[in-house]
Design a protein around this ligand. Structure first.
Ligand SMILES: Cc1ncc(C[n+]2csc(CCOP(=O)(O)OP(=O)(O)O)c2C)c(N)n1
Ligand SMILES: [Mg+2]
Length: 546
């Protein structure tokens, strides 16, 4: 047997990046063209990773976040040096606040001439670092594969979140040998403290009015089955927000939404699972003063709790929920669950009138009543807007995990088209419906061109009230007048979408709505239903935004 001398192959930096991405299962790279990225494109082409190009880097970065929100795998985008990266900053902040794992690859002016004023030269790291879990610059071609692996691991490590790498033009165009990939063991989840676990079990055993309030990290922790087992074993009413929506189907007997304030205020023990006590939970005041809080999360919290808690369980979320289910017998919350069901039903009955509101321009809830009937159980619903999005949160139900994408606590308008692009590419067989304010449309309206070019048949529904409703109504309430809160009434956003290659429909009357929605859902192109809505309707807001 003769042994041939081993030929060493060298690959350029972009190919090295693409090979590591492929090894991690990446199938799509969202981007907007820039010369600093050419070798990454070449590498992706060689490795069979699809390039999905958009019209503004913000959309590429939100698409990466949206990919993560739908698949629970990191989404990846490539942003060109300087303005490409600065345009992606909002999505990085959004991903940080929603713990969305994503990887942003930045171009970068060449290292050899650094500081001499190359085109688009700026050091991204200092301004990106506060938003990400890892921010690093490749200092040589050979180190690229290891850096990509580090960033990937870091993005996924609980709490998950965004990671950023940039690649100087010279390093990413030059070649190096591909090193053997270093085997990285997945992080074993931390195991919660035994004493805390005993305390939580004891509290649950004595509870008369327990509730579960679960949020986004329940989803990232893949703990939806364990949540359901716990709720069913102990008969505990469940409330969900953020990405936890759909983690218990909305038609499950233990799922509640309208009874949330009664449930949280009246509970004697609350399991607060994977959700920070931020403005959405009144900084902890959503629970009654005497309520004992048991906090569970995928890892130690990122900020201090705003009120004392009785027990804290951090680490393996699904395992901990199952332990509680097995140990916590004795809870009999049937009377309590029944009491909340009565509240839930009474509130729902009170909304029936709005759901059937005959007015023109339309009431937002009328739109959602009609839309709800046409949505599949696994439809992915994306919200981007103010009041119109808040009404959706109330009226549209979710039945499966990863089917509800809203702007999250960072609340960045304009995230919708990027999310929708990624959602439909990740789940091509599903309905993907984007609910847009007319104000929100303006931030990334040109992405309808992206959707049309790539044949991504998402459906948009605009609640076109001609105002920045979520700002105009509160300002009028506070000052008796409003400024900078008006948009042009009746703008034909449907025609904008038609001009960009999609389908458009205008709805002025309730009777026009259903046929327009049906046509849009059946279209093989992106379709926008532009519904004129009543600007005098103000969402009844109670959350403390401060
Ligand atoms: C990027 C960004 N800019 C501004 C805001 C502040 N803001 C929150 S809701 C809102 C109004 C949204 O108007 P529209 O999309 O038309 O929805 P509506 O409230 O009218 O239903 C504004 C301006 C924001 N959240 N994000
Ligand atoms: Mg509006």
């Amino acid at each position: 047997m003769t042994t041939e001398p081993q030929e060493t192959t060298t690959l350029h930096g972009g190919r090295l990046i693409a090979r590591r991405l492929k090894a991690h299962g990446v199938r799509k790279l969202f981007t907007l063209s820039g010369g600093h990225l050419f070798s990454i494109y070449d590498g992706c082409r060689e490795e069979g990773i699809d390039l999905v190009d958009v019209r503004h880097e913000s959309a590429a970065a939100f698409a990466a976040e949206g990919w993560a929100k739908v698949t629970r795998e990191p989404g990846v985008c490539a942003l060109t040096a300087g303005p490409g990266v600065t345009n992606g900053m909002s999505a990085l902040a959004s991903a940080q606040q929603s713990n969305s794992p994503m990887l942003v690859l930045g171009g970068r002016a060449p290292a050899t001439r650094w500081g001499r004023g190359s085109l688009q030269e700026i050091d991204h790291i200092p301004f990106v670092r506060p938003l990400v879990k890892l921010a690093a610059t490749a200092s040589a071609t050979a180190e690229i594969p290891g850096l990509v692996d580090d960033a990937w691991t870091e993005a996924l490590r609980p709490h998950s979140g965004p990671a950023f790498l940039d690649f100087p033009l010279d390093h990413v165009f030059m070649e190096a040998e591909e090193p053997e990939p270093v085997e990285r063991m997945p992080h074993p989840p931390a195991v919660p403290d035994d004493r805390m676990l005993d305390r939580a079990v004891a509290l649950l055993r004595d509870a008369e009015r327990p509730v579960i309030m679960a949020g986004t990290n329940l989803y990232w922790g893949r703990a939806e089955d364990a949540l359901r087992e716990l709720a069913e074993a102990l008969g505990i009413p469940v409330f969900l927000n953020g990405l936890a929506r759909g983690c218990l189907p909305a038609d499950h007997p233990l799922f509640y939404s309208r009874a949330r304030s009664a449930g949280l205020k009246g509970a004697d023990v609350a399991l607060v699972i994977g959700v920070p006590m931020d403005f959405r939970l009144g900084f902890g005041q959503a629970f009654g003063d005497d309520c004992e809080l048991v906090v569970l999360d995928v890892a130690e919290p990122e900020r201090e709790h705003p009120r004392p808690v009785a027990a804290e369980l951090y680490g393996d979320l699904a395992g901990t929920l199952r332990t509680l289910a097995a140990a916590g017998g004795g809870v009999s919350a049937r009377a309590w669950a029944g009491q909340l069901r009565a509240v839930e039903e009474e509130k729902r009955a009170g909304e029936a009138g709005q759901l059937a509101d005959p007015r023109a321009p339309l009431h937002p809830l009328r739109i959602y009543a009609e839309l709800g009937r046409l949505l599949d159980r696994d439809a992915i619903v994306i919200c981007d807007g103010g009041d119109f999005a808040s009404y959706a949160g109330r009226a549209i139900d979710s039945y499966e995990p990863g089917c509800w994408l809203d702007p999250g606590p960072f609340g960045c308008l304009g995230c919708g088209p990027g999310y929708a692009l990624a959602a439909k590419l990740a789940r091509p067989g599903r309905q993907v419906v984007m609910l847009l304010g007319d104000g929100a449309f303006g931030f990334s309206g040109m992405e309808w061109d992206t959707l049309a070019r790539h044949g991504v048949a998402v459906v948009g529904v605009i609640g076109n009230n001609g105002i920045w409703g979520l700002e105009k109504h509160p300002m009028e309430f506070l000052y008796g007048y409003s400024v900078v809160a008006d948009l042009r009434p009746g703008t034909r956003y449907d025609r904008v979408v038609e001009a960009l290659g999609g389908e458009g429909a205008l709805v002025r009357e309730p009777a026009e709505l259903r046929p327009a929605l049906e046509r849009a859902l059946a279209a093989d192109r992106p379709a926008l239903v532009n519904v004129l809505t009543d600007p005098s309707v103000a969402y009844p807001r109670s959350a403390n935004l401060a």
